[in-house]
Design a protein around this ligand. Structure first.
Ligand SMILES: O=C(O)CCC(=O)C(=O)O
Ligand SMILES: [Mn+2]
Length: 216
C-alpha cells in the first residue's frame, strides 16, 4: 500500500507551543543530527564525559561535559560556571560553529533574536539515567533563553511551573527535536524522566542533549 512507503520517514518540522515563552520545535535539527554527533564526539574526546557530584554529595546519573567559553559544573562546593574543565585545568573546547548557528536559529524561530550562547552543556543519558525537576538559574542574564537539543534515544521531558510541587506536563522528545524557553518561561521547573532501555542508530544505547545558555 502506498502509505507504507512513508512509514519510516521522520516527522516534518513543526511547532508545538508548550506555554507562554516555551516552544517545542519538532525535528528542527533533524537534518543535521549526524554533523552534531560528530561535533559532540570531538568535544568529548577533549573534555571527557563525567558523572559530577551534587553539592549534597550525590553522583549525577547523567554524564556531562561542556564546550564554549563557560562550562556548567557541580561538586561539593556548589553549582557554577567555570572557564576551565576541572578535570584538566584547561579551557573547555570551543563551541563548534554548527552548535552556535543551530542555537541561534532555534532561538530566533522561538521569538528570541540575537541569541549568542557562551556555554553548551553536553548531557549523556544511558537507560536508567534521569534529571529531576530543576530550574536553570546559574546564569546572570535571565533575559536570554535556553535552547535544548535532543539526539538519539527518545526521552520524556517534563515541563512544570514556578514551584517544584506543580505537576509537570510530559512530552516525548525525539532525536532532532529542539525545545526553547525564555521570557516568562525562563525559570520554569523542568527535567527528564528515567530513560527507557533502547538502541538508536545515531547514538547506540543512549541519548545526548545539548543545552545552550548565556552564562554571563
Ligand atoms: O536533557 C534535557 O533534555 C534537559 C537538560 C537540562 O535541563 C539541563 O541540563 O539543565
Ligand atoms: Mn535544565
Amino acid at each position: 500500500m502506498t502509505f507504507d512507503l512513508f512509514a519510516d520517514l521522520p516527522a516534518p518540522p513543526s511547532r508545538e507551543p508548550i506555554t507562554e515563552g516555551a516552544v517545542l520545535l519538532r525535528a528542527f535539527a533533524a537534518g543535521e543530527v549526524r554533523e552534531l554527533m560528530q561535533a559532540i564526539d570531538a568535544v568529548i574526546a577533549q573534555a571527557p564525559l563525567r558523572h559530577m557530584q551534587t553539592p549534597g554529595g550525590f553522583r549525577m546519573s547523567v554524564a556531562m561535559s561542556n564546550c564554549g567559553q563557560y562550562g556548567w559544573v557541580t561538586d561539593r562546593r556548589g553549582y557554577r560556571y567555570q572557564h576551565e574543565d576541572p578535570l584538566s585545568g584547561h579551557p573547555w573546547p570551543g563551541m563548534p560553529a554548527a552548535f552556535t548557528q543551530l542555537a541561534a536559529r532555534a532561538a530566533q524561530e522561538a521569538g528570541f533574536a540575537n541569541f549568542t550562547p557562551d556555554a553548551c552543556l553536553v548531557n549523556r543519558y544511558e537507560p536508567g539515567a534521569r534529571m529531576s525537576l530543576h530550574q536553570d538559574k546559574n546564569e546572570l542574564d535571565m533575559a536570554q533563553p535556553i535552547v535544548s537539543v535532543s539526539l538519539g534515544l527518545p526521552a520524556t521531558f517534563m515541563f512544570g511551573g514556578m514551584e517544584r510541587s506543580e505537576r509537570p506536563r510530559r512530552m516525548r522528545l525525539e532525536s532532532g527535536d529542539v525545545v526553547v524557553w525564555g521570557g516568562p518561561a525562563r525559570l520554569l521547573f523542568h527535567g527528564v524522566d528515567i530513560l527507557a532501555e533502547g538502541e538508536h542508530p545515531l547514538t547506540g544505547r543512549c541519548r545526548y542533549n545539548l543545552t545552550f545558555r548565556c552564562a554571563r
